[in-house]
Design a protein around this ligand. Sequence first.
Ligand code: SAJ
Length: 420
Amino acid sequence: MFNSVSVVGLGYIGLPTAAVFASRKIKVIGVDVNGSAVDIINQGRIHIVEPDLDIVVHAAVTEGFLRATLVPEPADAFLIAVPTPFKDGYEPDLSYIESACRAIAPVLKVGDLVILESTSPVGATEQMAKWLAEIRPDLSFPQELGEKSDIRIAYCPERVLPGHVLQELVQNDRVIGGLTTKCSERAAALYKLFVLGECIITNARTAEMCKLTENSFRDVNIAFANELSIICDKLDISVWELIRLANRHPRVSVLQPGPGVGGHCIAVDPWFIVSKTPEHARLIRCAREVNDSKPEWVINKVKLLVADYLLSNPEKSAKEVTIAAFGLAFKPDIDDLRESPALEITQRIARECPGRLIAVEPNILELPESLDKRVELESIDFALERANIVLLLVDHKVFKGIDKARLGQVKMIDTRGIWG
Ligand code: SAJ
């Protein structure tokens, strides 16, 4: 039985998870260090963008099942969903997990379950158990007493796709790795309160590695597509046609090239494997390097196109060349600019190309500070009427709908292959 659940970290994963538990009529205490997020949630509103989440949070708060607070309170289960970025040298930064442990340790009681959901390097769950045990020597933990411990500890990675979080939270299978079998079973019982997918039990280290494997698998496959795009460019082959044809093979499924890999997950998590086993993770590291170098390749293409434009228009100077960048988000049809290669490329063009720069990003209302003095945020029509060079960076649906005849006159770089 779980009478109450506490979710620590009310971001892109924690808040939807808290809301879904609350929608099953479980008392949920959400904890966050961000006072303004706490206030917004307690008013039944949300501070992040995710389809339908506002409705679920509003209902959960008004019905009294979800409440946010800055300071942890006692609960039967604690789910930690805080960020795990990397530090210099791509070393994982577990300081948010450590702070969460320090915050919840004082309210832990016999029988409680603590689950780590944050994407973490192998061994992080054992480290979390150690931190908790150091602060609460009066309680016993699985690393000392095994199945007889007062506190149960498990790792259960989130695997949801931004933009589809509410469906995927409920539908996706969960991999649950307890420090002991009873820890796993208790965690599985908790997730079964709302998960319709299977809850599959393993140990903590395998569950940690499983999450890293999923995102590294995607990163390596995107790197393959990005490398192909550079090779095809050299050989004067359309990479988009090539991939379409290769994917007609029953056992081939090449992903799509782009301007680079963005977001807080795929561009970060593979480094957690590399940092643990640097001498063995050769392919995973190389894939990261290939994807990280793609923005530079795109920027060089833009500069070559500017030079080409000036050759065919000798009366003009570089200052008179207008570039329009289509898309700033890190992937299609979202407003999230975090770690976005499209944003990085636009920032670099703003610094390195002297002409007018127009950005088209229909999912945001204002430009980030890094761009706002130098770049104009405008509509598709405005940009197409003025641009000498068009750079497509994100395959938003609205961009796919642009009549190709309107693009006939301009020089174009299409990093997503949507304009043919
Ligand atoms: N991308 C490409 N080509 C592709 C697919 C993606 O260039 O063919 C780029 C996107 O444009 C974007 C980046 O990769 O810049 C990442 O986008 P994504 O849609 O692949 O993934 P995320 O970061 O939104 O979510 C991933 C998901 N992981 C997997 O699909 C294995 C999600 O299920 C995880 O829960 C999430 O990471 C996470 O939180 O770890």
